[in-house]
Structures are given as structure tokens and as C-alpha cells.
Design a protein around this ligand. Structure first.
Ligand SMILES: NC(=[NH2+])NCCC[C@H](N)C(=O)O
Ligand SMILES: [Mn+2]
Length: 320
């Protein structure tokens, strides 16, 4: 039995300071900006245990442009493996990994850890993906060659062999168990992939019609019925640029901070979340302000405060 097993539930912050998946977009500044914004103190003051596991380490330089114009795929895979190991360690110690990026390619690493953990527990993996983009490109559909547009296709078993090799097995995720919210910038071939594989991707017109909270509630019901390990991946560009100007690929017409807070509160209340990402926090892109960091802090706080597991002492378990 590890030392933490009878402790209250905790989250483990795994930083991933890179923008290798969209070289130069500025997301490498995310983990430091969140720490400098006082995240850990703020949580401590509210009695929430977030252990800082430090930063994952990976190549500082890109590894060049390959077939189909795919950029830095070896470096991306190296970073994803480091994130996989960091998140895997938190899961093995009984905590919930909170991966802070960094660009969104890194979610392939956290999903690899989540998927292996879920398999060990005999649970299916469900993923909630809050994003302006589905990140469901493969090297042959990607218009940019940037790997941060590819992690979900790779998790579902489609993509460059380097990316398919990040997890212990492939696919890591069944496309039916992926639900996306806030989508409003879909590439042509990417849309064909999403439709062919039956991904639920809720685009902004539908979010406006049905409401983010009720779409999330529906998806939570499915996850609960399935007894799933839920992985939540929040790309800061899901928010409207008014609330998150500091991102590498802003798209107008996004989620409001209020509705996102309400949705994450609901996710937190469900107690289903087994792993969480907050990515594409490119604080350095924001001229003279910290709006994006403040939004990130509010989202995380809403989510964590709603998770009752963080406040309840577990019953002592007596081992005979
Ligand atoms: N995680 C992100 N910000 N992804 C943006 C992807 C943009 C575009 N669809 C691409 O593949 O290049
Ligand atoms: Mn994304």
C-alpha cells in the first residue's frame, strides 16, 4: 500500500512547457504562468490538495518536417511520452493528474496514461474535449502539419506511427467515447474523419441552441452508465478570445467563461474525472495583461471545488 492510499483525494500537477506541436505559438509559457498566477496557493487556501509534480522534460528543439509536411513529430512523441510517464506516476500513486500545457499534442500523452490506467481497472475510457478545434487531423488531412491538430485522431488509432507508438497499445480510445464541445474551426478532411468514425462533436451553433451545460450533462450520464474513467481535456481556445486572448490559434465565437465554469462545475460534481488537461495557455501572447491566466484559474477552481472527493476524508481501510 502506498503512503497516499488512505489520504484524502488529491490532484498532481504535471507541467509540460512546450509548444513543439505548434512551434512558436507560446504555449510553452503555460505552466510557469499558472504557477506565477498563484494557482497552488489559491488551492491550498481552500483546503484542496494539489501536489506539484514539477515539469515533464522533452526536446527544446524541433526535429524537422517530414512526410506530408508533418512538423516535429519525433519531438512531439518524446514530449508525449514524458507526459504519459508523469501522469502515469500520479495515477499509480492514487491521485488524479492535472496536466498543464503546453500545446494540445501533449494530450496524447495524458490520454495514453489514462487509457492504460482505465484498462487496468477494467473501465472504458471516455474523453470530454473542450476546444475550438477537434484536433482530429491525420498527416494527410492537416493543412498546417502541426501535431497539436492531431492528438485525438492518433488516440483513436489514426496517424503517424510515431504518435501511434506513444501509448502501450493502440487505439487508446474508441471514437464513440469521445465528446467534443465548443467546436468552430474544422478542416475539410478532418470533418470527414469525424463523421466517418462517429465522434460526437458539438459545434457552436448546437451549443448555443442546446446549451453547454445540458450537452455536458448528457455526456456525463453516458460516462456514468458506462462506469468510465473520464479524461477531461480543456483547450483555452475553447473560450471566446474575449476571455482567453492568450492562445496560439484563437477563433471568434467561442464559449463564455460563465458557461464554461458552470459546465466544469458539473463535471467536478460528478466525481467521475480520473485525469484532466488544461492546455494552450500561451500567456506570453497576451500584450500587457493576464486575462487568459485569470480565466484558467477560474476554470480550475470551479472544477476542483466541485469535486467532493477533495474534501471528504476517506474511511480508514483495515487490511487484515
Ligand atoms: N490544439 C489546437 N490549438 N489545435 C489547432 C489546430 C488547427 C488546425 N486544425 C490544424 O490542424 O492545424
Ligand atoms: Mn486543441
Amino acid at each position: 500500500m502506498t503512503a497516499f492510499m488512505n489520504a484524502r483525494h488529491w490532484y498532481g500537477l504535471v507541467g509540460a512547457p512546450t509548444d513543439i506541436g505548434n512551434f512558436g505559438c507560446g504555449a510553452a509559457s503555460g505552466p510557469a504562468a499558472l504557477r506565477a498566477g498563484g494557482f497552488l496557493d489559491r488551492m491550498r487556501h481552500q483546503g484542496i490538495v494539489v501536489r506539484d509534480m514539477g515539469d515533464a522534460e522533452g526536446p527544446a528543439e524541433g526535429t524537422g518536417i517530414g512526410e506530408h509536411g508533418i512538423r516535429h513529430v519525433e519531438a512531439t512523441a518524446a514530449w508525449c511520452r514524458a507526459v504519459r510517464d508523469g501522469c502515469g506516476q500520479v495515477l499509480a500513486d492514487g491521485g488524479t493528474p492535472l496536466m498543464v500545457g503546453g500545446d494540445h499534442s501533449l494530450a496524447l500523452g495524458s490520454v495514453a496514461a489514462a487509457s492504460a490506467h482505465a484498462r487496468k481497472l477494467g473501465k472504458p475510457l471516455h474523453v470530454f474535449w473542450f476546444d475550438a478545434h477537434p484536433d482530429f487531423n491525420t498527416p494527410d488531412t492537416s493543412p498546417s502539419g502541426n501535431t497539436h491538430g492531431m492528438p485525438m485522431a492518433a488516440a483513436c488509432g489514426m496517424g503517424h506511427p510515431e504518435m501511434l507508438d506513444v501509448g502501450a497499445f493502440t487505439p487508446l480510445l474508441h471514437p464513440h467515447d469521445l465528446t467534443q464541445f465548443g467546436i468552430r474551426d474544422v478542416d475539410h478532411g478532418e470533418r470527414a474523419h469525424l463523421l466517418r468514425h462517429g465522434v460526437r462533436f458539438h459545434e457552436m451553433p448546437e451549443v448555443r441552441r442546446a446549451g453547454l451545460v445540458s450537452l455536458v450533462a448528457e455526456a456525463l450520464e453516458r460516462a456514468e452508465r458506462a462506469g468510465a474513467h473520464l479524461h477531461v481535456s480543456f483547450d483555452m481556445d475553447a473560450l471566446d478570445p474575449e476571455h482567453a486572448p492568450g492562445v496560439g490559434t484563437p477563433v471568434p465565437g467561442g464559449l463564455t467563461l460563465d458557461e464554461s465554469v458552470a459546465a466544469l462545475r458539473l463535471v467536478g460534481e460528478s466525481g467521475l474525472t480520473g485525469s484532466f488537461d488544461l492546455v494552450e495557455l500561451a500567456a506570453v501572447r497576451e500584450a500587457g495583461g493576464s486575462r487568459t491566466v485569470q480565466s484558467a484559474l477560474e476554470l480550475l477552481q470551479a472544477f476542483l471545488r466541485a469535486d467532493r472527493r477533495l474534501f471528504v476524508e476517506p474511511l480508514a481501510v483495515r487490511v487484515a
